[in-house]
Design a protein around this ligand. Structure first.
Ligand code: NAI
Length: 256
């Protein structure tokens, strides 16, 4: 059996993925700050260390795949420390366990909002792997009332990291496909309060047009992640795959 680590396992997309993987017989190690096999707060360095050591203890030294779903969408700096550094540092921390697997795989969850306006300073600090600078800049962004840009900034930086890291000696060079799925709007606890408000629902519908089947259930995204980390994926690397009902194609038009 394959051993798969899923972060954000307590809710939404991560929870749906855990179910799919267990149904097909995989052993899953769920990581979440909420109830999980390994309980850890991925927004902090201590929490990331706890997550890596917790997974190491439970996995007997080998992890076949890692899927990072945990994320938040608050207009606060914690969104950057969770969605960018909480993903990148954890994946890097688990790389030695992946290296012990015969056919290792990794995937992360981006967002359609990674295509929306960002704070360039936050994105640059993330890509330079400078968490203190990224958080300082994020605090300034939040203070001037542009906190909503922190989510898109974190997801844009994550997508750029995936494209760069995926083809590096550490990932492609080590035989590990690394990719992202970028959802449109997903009907999960993250979006439920927003979509329950009729006015906000209309704002979201206009900002993220999804001509194919509309808002998605979490399992839709989980199915794409399951394929990316399956043994069937031998040659896809560095891709940000929009599973978004056509939102990205609608917003960006025909250029690729
Ligand atoms: P959710 O809120 O249902 O689940 C997120 C999970 O991550 C929760 O179990 C939460 O406890 C965990 N988590 C949050 N911060 C954490 C931390 N610091 N340490 C450990 N665990 C933490 O949300 P959902 O919708 O399942 O989101 C999953 C991913 O999909 C996120 O990265 C989100 O940004 C992304 N996404 C969601 C979309 C949506 O419309 N719901 C759209 C595009 C992307």
């Amino acid at each position: 059996t394959r051993c798969v680590v899923v972060t954000g396992s307590a809710s939404g997309i991560g929870e749906a993925l855990v179910r799919l993987l267990r149904e097909q017989g995989d052993e899953v190690i769920g990581v979440d700050r909420d109830v999980a096999d390994v309980q850890a707060d991925l927004s902090t360095g201590d929490g990331r260390d706890r997550a890596v050591s917790g997974v190491a203890e439970r996995s007997a030294g080998r992890v076949d795949a890692v899927v990072a779903c945990a994320g938040v969408s608050h207009p606060e700096p914690v969104t950057v420390s969770t969605n960018y550094f909480g993903v990148v540092r954890l994946l890097e921390g688990l790389r030695p366990l992946l290296a012990a697997a015969p056919r290792p795989r990794a995937a992360v969850v981006g967002s359609i909002s990674g295509t929306q306006p960002v704070d360039p300073g936050v994105v640059e600090a993330c890509l330079q792997d400078d968490e203190p600078a990224a958080l300082e800049r994020a605090r300034a962004v939040a203070e001037r009332g542009a906190g909503h840009e922190l989510y898109s900034s974190s997801k844009s930086a994550l997508a750029q990291w995936v494209r760069r890291a995926a083809v590096s000696p550490e990932w492609a060079g080590a035989g590990v496909p690394l990719n992202a799925v970028a959802p449109g709007v997903v009907l999960s606890p993250m979006t439920a309060p927003l979509l329950a408000d009729e006015e906000w629902r209309q704002v979201v519908e206009e900002a993220v047009p999804m001509p194919l089947h509309g808002f998605a259930e979490p399992v839709v995204i989980a199915r794409a992640l399951r394929w990316l980390v399956s043994e069937d994926n031998t040659h896809m690397a560095g891709q940000v795959i929009y599973v978004d009902g056509g939102a990205e194609a609608t917003l960006r038009g025909p250029q690729t």
